[in-house]
Design a protein around this ligand. Structure first.
Ligand code: UDP
Ligand code: MG
Length: 318
């Protein structure tokens, strides 16, 4: 028997938790059937510092199908941190982070489980269309992904949220990563393993309202870029080198022109040359510092150099 853990971050969700458990209870038989040899269910709520009655509501919940556990964080740390806490505490052989507002339809897990049985260690849920997001969120997501794809060393999968199925192997690797500013999507594309994708249509929130504010989305985007690439630090080398080269050429021209033609405005040549020379030099040295800082930040993240998926004895030679 395999244990399936649903990891559910909760921030002021007193209106939605009950409906969530009811829906899971309904869908569970299908998920268990997909597992063939049967499966056990664990619903792990992570209370991310809710200020409403979410905890009380959760403590009074009963599931007909499996165990309910609650991990409470000391304050609101944000969804990404709540998911990390959940992934550390869940016991499942299969782990599925899922939103409590039923925007990640539990039926999709059935198909995810099938892909897992076909050998995928990570099965991403991909939103087939974002038509029910507001125009602003759609546009900003589009802009973010296209910028990200250009910058990142390991592009994330487009329109993939936190809703995914993970094998215990993948969870263990993710739990090992100790970096502070976590951008889960980026980490999942970084760890590798066999990945599959299931498409689904994202419904409206079951009740309550979204907890994402512009400020949080923005800092998530910044985290995403700075934790996956050091390119923004290093571009200054190239920009600086280009400007410095231009400046040197122009300086040579100004000097030559002044020597041959005499001066138009007294002091123009010397000031121009000094400004351009110093400006180019400064950008170049900023870029140089960026190169080192980039290496420092990669080192500080302390990700493992590699991840071994399996070691096999093929033939013992006898
Ligand atoms: N959430 C959380 N901490 C936060 C914000 C959100 O744990 O600081 C949880 C929230 O309770 C929900 C999930 O993250 O289960 C998704 O949040 P929401 O539905 O507000 O985001 P959206 O679906 O609009 O992206
Ligand atoms: Mg939602």
């Amino acid at each position: 028997m395999k244990l399936i853990s649903l990891v559910v971050p909760i921030y002021n969700e007193q209106q939605t938790v009950r409906g969530f458990v009811e829906r899971i209870d309904e869908v569970w038989p299908d998920i268990a059937a997909a597992m063939e040899e049967g499966a056990e269910l664990e619903i792990l709520f992570v209370n991310d510092g809710s200020k409403d009655l979410s905890c009380e509501v959760i403590r009074n919940l009963k599931s007909r199908q499996g165990a309910i556990r609650l991990v409470s964080l000391s304050r609101n740390f944000g969804k990404e941190a709540a998911l990390s806490a959940g992934m550390h505490h869940c016991k499942g052989d299969i782990v599925v982070p899922i939103d409590v507002d039923l925007q990640d339809p539990p039926e999709v897990i059935v198909e995810m489980v099938q892909r897992w049985k076909e050998g995928a260690k990570v099965v991403n849920g991909r939103r087939a269309d974002r038509s029910d997001d507001g125009w602003f969120k759609r546009l900003s997501a589009r802009a973010f992904y296209s910028l990200f794809e250009r910058l990142a060393d390991h592009p994330v999968h487009r329109d993939v949220g936190d809703f995914r199925l993970m094998d215990r192997d993948a969870v263990n690797v993710i739990n090992q990563l100790s970096e502070q500013s976590r951008f889960n999507k980026g980490l999942f594309s970084w760890i590798g393993f066999k990945v599959d994708t299931v498409e689904y249509k994202r419904p409206e929130r079951s009740a309550g309202e979204t907890k994402w504010r512009l400020r949080k989305l923005w800092s998530l985007a910044v985290d995403g870029i700075t934790s996956t690439t050091t390119l923004p630090l290093r571009v200054w080398t190239y920009l600086g080198a280009t400007i410095a080269l231009g400046a040197f050429l122009y300086a040579a021209f100004v000097i030559g022109y002044t020597l041959l033609q005499g001066r138009d405005v007294p002091g123009f040549a010397s000031i121009m040359v000094a400004v351009l020379f110093l400006g180019g030099l400064q950008l170049l040295s900023l870029g140089l510092i960026g190169e080192y800082l980039g290496r420092v930040s990669v080192q500080v993240r302390g990700r493992p150099l590699f991840i071994v998926e399996s070691v096999e004895e093929i033939d013992d030679g006898t």
